[in-house]
Ligand binder design. Sequence first.
Ligand code: 3HC
Ligand code: NAI
Length: 703
Amino acid sequence: MNTLVNYQVEAGLALIGLARPPVNALGQPLRAAILEACERAAADPAVQAIILHGARGLFCAGADITEFGSPASFAAPDLPGLLVRLTQIDKPLIAAIGSLALGGGLELALACGYRIGEPKTRVGLPEINLGLLPGAGGTQRLPRLLGAQAALNMMISGQQVGAEQALMLGLLDRVTDSAEGLLDEACAYARELLAIRAPARPADRYANPGIELADDFFASYRAENEPRWKSRLAPRLVLAAVEAACVLPLDQGLARELSLFKQAEDSAQSQALRHVFFAEREAGKVPGVEASTPIRAINKVAVIGAGTMGGGIAMNFANAGIPVMLLEREAEALDRGLAQVRKNYEISVKRGKLSSEQLEQRMALFTGTLDYAEIADADLVIEAVFEKMEIKQQVFRTLDEVCKPGAILASNTSSLDVDAIAAVTRRPQDVIGLHFFSPANVMRLLEVVRGKATAPDVLATTLKIAKRIGKVAVVSGVCFGFIGNRMLEPYNREAHRMVLEGATPAEVDKVLTDLDLNMGVLTMTDLAGVDVNFLVRDANRAAFARDSSYYRIGDELYALGRYGQKTARGFYLYEGRERKEDYEVVALAERIAGELQVQRRPISTQEIHDRCLFMLINEGIQLLDEGIALRSGDIDLVWINGYGFPGHVGGPMHYAEQLGLDKVLAGIEHYRQSLGAYGELWFQPAPLLQRLVAAGKTRIERI
Ligand code: 3HC
Ligand code: NAI
């Protein structure tokens, strides 16, 4: 008896239950087990129909992602071949889809003639998120079931579709009343099909899936979407595969799909996105937090400070159905904060992402208060007041007085010492940093800053609540700027310095956007605020005392009131939404360079790339060595989810591995020599990078 599938024959029906925890990923052993079971059922004259289901409810989350890029990926029986074989069996196959059918899991269901789901069933083809396209018939069979346009939308968005919508689309034939009744109803459905002598596979609903499309459909779809796709390969391959479904017979379309899939699987982009997938799962695994670590109940949240961050932070909890109190110093600030929250929701309503009823439901979860006594029973309190140590410490002293024992006290500080904040309380074990990114209701990243006294159950609880509110949580140790902002500093430094040395802001930024970053670092500075940068720097002058050259330009822009987008001037000029280069900034850079005796010269794109990226990477490696970051994958998640680094490049650490650690080290050493005293000062390779290269390692890890 194969342990990966349960096989049972009941009154003429073969029930084949997939049993490979946790998600029935279709690795080679499970593929072989399914094939064996289906052949057995096909050959058994007592079997009239076959039902495929998930033995523990969940149907299948797709191909086994760990196999990609290895020989196991296409080891016999390969998935496309297995599914072709299933379509040839001359008995009806019914997929009973409990909970999930994703990627290859949905393709398995599409290879069956009939599909039944339960109310919580979700289906989708999320391959694009892994830099892939459906590679086991999905790009050919889905258009024949739904029509090309609907199928294309599913594949390009990668989004999951609920049971009701799947029924409407024709992806499911039936939906049961309950998950528990799924298998029984699948059996009843099979008997009905047998009673009416239904064919093993019904005829394609769209024998010619592209028939309703305009002649230039694919060309205009590509032209319209390419700017958004940047250099991503997968959407282009999906489009090519769907185009093939519209013009080729099924067998040729499947062959075309297979060759496109292999191209995607072999690509560096897919490798990067697979790395990101596993990094996200790994990030939740934190030393000291075990499955047995107790979790504190979080049923009520309070946020202190209803400013830019406080309101956005609070929205996350209301969105997850958790009541949230906003506490402010003055009624006016509170009203402003609550009005902003409503305004944000109204924008979502306007965009059709939220109904008016949902807006009211979410607002009903908010309570505003000026009185700390009212937050005494909150389970989690997040402070988001001004970034000043004395103010934050005062707030935490008050929280220590009023909050119930066991409440988690968190700070959203972006740079201050969480241990120093915890120290003013009598319960430092309950204090943690929760660093949200702006806009806090949108950005996926949450840096969870573990203080030296933070208790394991506080950490475990915050990781769990982060998942509940849809954030990617990354644990960081305490240091100036934590993982993200500390790495931002040398990256930003090089950008600023190269403007002095002769590059224009647009030249610097273009190198970064050409790498598909959402924006260049100087555009990002304008967005975040030249003033905000200045104030952080001004509060930490000692840290910059070694060299005052590179931030002079930022200081002078600040002095000119050029705060960035908010004042329509910063490193650029802004006219409405348009960003323009400004000769005044170049003139300013020339003047400062003259004063500092910095030689101006043309700066090549290679130099811009290497100096910005290598310094970013170097700092990340140093953070890993110091134990501030637990893993290099965590650093990648921070940069992808908090700073617009493209997932298909894999984050700065993965990118460094792709470039070659020896090349990164050689580059740093080159600039150390070629940039004079400046290079000598700043281009110091992280000792861990040197050790990794000396040991011949190609992956970034602590050694
Ligand atoms: N292959 C291998 N492992 C998988 C997997 C897959 N397709 N899907 C999930 N897992 C593993 C995870 O790595 C994790 O392992 P761990 O416990 O050792 O860390 C475990 O299953 C549980 O996963 P999650 O922690 O993510 O659990 P959730 O309950 O939060 O989410 C899920 C479950 C929605 C299934 C989510 O894991 C997911 O989205 N999985 C990927 C689905 C996907 O992209 N499928 C398409 C694959 S590509 C494909 O099918 C190609 C085909 O067209 C040829
Ligand atoms: P903000 O100035 O918009 O809001 C701060 C709010 O706190 C104000 O409404 C103020 O009235 C209120 N406040 C001040 N002292 C208070 C007190 N004692 N009790 C109650 N309320 C008080 O500031 P912003 O941008 O929201 O920042 C808040 C915190 O979040 C800071 O620590 C900041 O470093 C951090 N942060 C900010 C990010 C950003 O992009 N703005 C990003 C990540 C973190």
